[in-house]
Design a protein. Structure first.
Length: 270
């Protein structure tokens, strides 16, 4: 137990690396002047009406006070600045629903606080590691990369709600300038759900691994798709890594196990 307490902080830090830094290679650059035109132009006969409606909508929201608009042939162009990426997305959604709007060019810039990429990764890691506790977070595995404030989020989510929650965290975090979303939502499957539960019980119920069950961040992540199990996360030593894989392989209906678990550096064997 002394060893476990001594590495608890280390596990917390390295878990964020295992879950969230799998894509730390340089990401694509920001989208800049994002073109979000979703309908063909329908002519400009409603432009004045659209401009009035859009201006009124922008005035309703303090977070859009620095956003301006123009309309041509039913296409709305949004420009200006906001503090959060979520504000930019919300502006698009609100304007896109206005009557007669044919499309939206979202050229709003996120001009909030600048945060170094490494620090921003840590902030996002801290938030995502504990997102949706008691709602099956051990069955999700997200990856994060940050390049000049542009965040790429990927990995696997058990449900659309898990994916939406993770994406919302990224979009509402100070310092995020743009978001590239590549989360894979796993298909619904009663068989896979049964495997998830059985593998979780087998791993977290093993006497050697039971210490990890008390950690709310779920240090061992279990991703299941079509009977194939992939393990992610961080453990204290190689023996724990091997035991986790063995326990997963013993579960009925598991076709294969891929062990991506990392061993925390700087820890001593228990």
């Amino acid at each position: 137990m002394n060893c476990w307490r001594s590495v608890a902080v280390c596990l917390a830090v390295v878990l964020s690396a295992a879950i969230l830094y799998a894509q730390t290679s340089a990401t694509s650059p920001g989208t800049g002047d994002q073109q979000q035109v979703t309908k063909p132009s329908g002519g400009g006969r409603y432009d004045a009406e659209i401009q009035k409606a859009v201006s009124e909508e922008l005035r309703k929201h303090d977070d859009l006070k620095n956003v301006t608009s123009s309309v041509e042939d039913g296409i709305v162009t949004l420009q200006g600045t906001v503090d959060l990426y979520q504000d930019k997305e919300q502006a698009y959604r609100r304007i896109r629903k206005k009557q007669h709007v044919q499309g939206v060019r979202n050229q709003i810039q996120v001009a909030g606080k600048d945060i170094p990429d490494a620090q921003l990764r840590e902030i996002l890691a801290d938030k995502l590691r504990y997102d949706r506790i008691d709602q099956g977070i051990m069955f999700n595995n997200f990856t994060i990369a940050v390049n000049n404030g542009v965040v790429s989020i990927g990995g696997q989510a058990r449900t659309p709600s898990d994916a939406a929650s993770a994406l919302a965290i990224v979009e509402n975090t100070q310092g995020v300038k743009d978001v590239i979303e590549n989360i894979d939502v796993l298909p619904a499957s009663p068989m896979d759900d049964d495997i998830r539960l059985r593998v979780a019980r087998a791993i977290y119920g093993d006497p050697a691994l039971r210490m990890y069950a008390s950690d709310p961040q779920a240090p061992i992540r279990i991703v299941v798709q079509n009977g194939r199990v992939s393990l992610y996360g961080v453990v204290m030593n190689k023996m724990h890594r091997q035991i986790a894989e063995m326990r997963a392989r013993e579960v009925p209906n598991v076709f294969s196990v891929t062990n991506n678990i990392q061993v925390a550096s700087g820890t001593k064997p228990s």
